[in-house]
Design a binder for this molecule. Structure first.
Ligand code: GDP
Ligand code: IMO
Ligand code: MG
Length: 423
């Protein structure tokens, strides 16, 4: 399993794609098209939102698990975009139990954010939160409902009953018609049907046959609804446990849990971020790292590496390995500050505080590590890295609590140093 160890955008897409050629299945287990995973293959760049990054590996079966929320219009346009570029998408499997992001879920997401004003979460506006809310409230629409018009109509009616009251009476918006929604959803049904499958059965049979299954997380540990910086989080479980519920695979079947970890930190949207920089260094990280959102085009907030967060990610996910990405971005700094602990109300704290108030007050305690100026993008082995870059990686490994098994030195598939094999 492979997941984000920070606030998302750690380079999960690249890491998944790198392993895609050697695994049989790549499975998304949560989130939806709020994700933006960039994969660079040769001179081609792909931005994937809903589809698993394994879709770019011809031998691999990409799977959208039951825990994912699917916007059918996004699904179909992402598929046709890839087909136009010559990518075969015919192996894709979609769980019939995955929930559908309906047009009214997108409306509710946008309206809610607008009404929150300065307290807004800064969501991607893709309807993610309201769709998961409907799922939990048991008024969600599932992929399988597209194949029974009468059930679909009843469910859309039930979902819109309360929502239309809220939209019209509270938010002063026009009510949404049931027929219009049903018609739109039915319009997608035939095109999606060939992909719909009992993915839980398929994946468990594959595991019994000793096939290699890779779970690809969206978002990251600190955006997890349970373990993240609530309420500034997404509405699903990107952490390791989410793969079990979101794909229907038992925890005993998962052998490796790889945390994707950026060599510095970024965050998109609102919420606390202790090592955030507001100076020229932050600007430089953003510029050199190309830190602009793949989904919404927003500038990412940037800051130094935070070892407290990395340790937390190791703990809540039971990480066996880290894949450290974007080390090349740090080339050129004389000294690189790394946050080793927080100071909260005058006290040194080594672990992430569970209290939201404490976390908002956390000030980073930095240790300066010596930087390097040599170009590292061509490095193929750990020994090729300058001594100070090696020491930076070793220091991060020691602070973070799991071995760093690969290092990214550029966006391309081959711009990776493999230390321990993942397979
Ligand atoms: P994801 O959401 O975790 O898949 O990450 P994103 O794709 O949103 O953001 C990561 C960005 O960093 C993408 O533009 C990648 O192409 C790029 N990237 C990934 N690994 C590396 C690396 O090791 N070095 C550099 N320079 N860029 C990388
Ligand atoms: P990948 O998979 C970074 C953030 C949003 C917002 C919060 C809630 O590319 O790492 P949502 O639309 O999910 O309800 O928004 O979560 N967010 C992400 N930030 N990378 C992502 O995905 C994100 N997906 C959601 O910016 O703060
Ligand atoms: Mg991303």
């Amino acid at each position: 399993m492979l997941l984000g160890a920070q606030w998302g955008d750690e380079g999960k897409g690249k890491a998944t794609d790198l392993l895609g050629g050697s695994v049989d299945y790549v499975v998304r287990y949560q989130g939806g098209n709020n994700a933006g995973h960039t994969v660079v293959v040769g001179d081609q760049k792909y931005a994937l939102h809903l589809l698993p990054s394994g879709i770019l590996s011809p031998t691999c079966v990409p799977v959208i698990g039951n825990g994912v929320v699917v916007d059918p219009s996004v699904l179909l346009s992402e598929l046709s975009g890839l087909n136009e570029r010559g990518v075969d998408t015919s192996k894709l499997l979609i769980s019939g139990n995955a929930h559908i992001i309906t047009p009214y879920n997108v409306t509710v997401d946008k309206v809610t954010e607008r009404f929150l004003g300065k307290r807004k979460i800064g969501t991607t506006g893709r309807g993610i939160g309201p769709t998961y809310a409907d799922k939990i409230n048991r008024v969600g629409i599932r992929v399988q409902d597209l194949y029974d018009e009468s059930i679909l109509t009843q469910k859309v009616e039930a979902a819109l009953d309360v929502k239309n009251q809220i939209l019209s009476k509270l938010y002063n918006r026009r009510a949404i018609g049931v027929d219009q929604v049903v018609e739109e959803l039915l319009g997608y049904a035939a095109q999606i049907e060939p992909y719909v499958a009992d993915t839980v059965l398929v994946l468990n049979q594959a595991l019994e046959d000793d096939k290699v299954v890779l779970f690809e997380g969206g978002q990251g540990t600190l955006l997890d609804i349970d373990h993240g910086t609530y309420p500034f989080v997404t509405s699903s479980n990107p952490t390791a446990g989410g793969a079990c519920t979101g794909a229907g695979v038992g925890p005993t079947k998962i052998s490796r849990v790889i945390g994707i970890l950026k060599a510095y930190t970024t965050r998109v949207g609102a919420g606390p971020f202790p090592t955030e920089l507001f100076d020229a260094d932050g600007e430089a990280l953003r510029r050199i790292g190309g830190e602009r959102g793949v989904t919404t085009g927003r500038d990412r907030r940037c800051g130094w590496f935070d070892a407290v967060i990395a340790r937390y990610a190791t703990r809540v996910n039971g990480l066996t390995d880290f894949f450290l990405t974007k080390l090349d971005v740090l080339t050129g700094w004389e000294q690189i500050p790394v946050c080793v602990a927080y100071e909260i109300d005058g006290k040194r704290v080594e672990e992430l505080p569970y209290s939201q108030t404490d976390f908002h007050h956390a000030k980073p305690v930095y240790e300066n590590l010596p930087g390097w100026s040599e170009d590292i993008t061509k490095a193929k082995s750990f020994a090729d890295l300058p001594k100070n870059a090696q020491n930076y990686v070793k220091a991060l490994e020691e602070m973070s609590g799991a071995p760093i098994s690969a290092i990214g030195v550029g966006p391309g598939r081959d711009e990776t140093i493999e230390i321990n094999s993942f397979l």
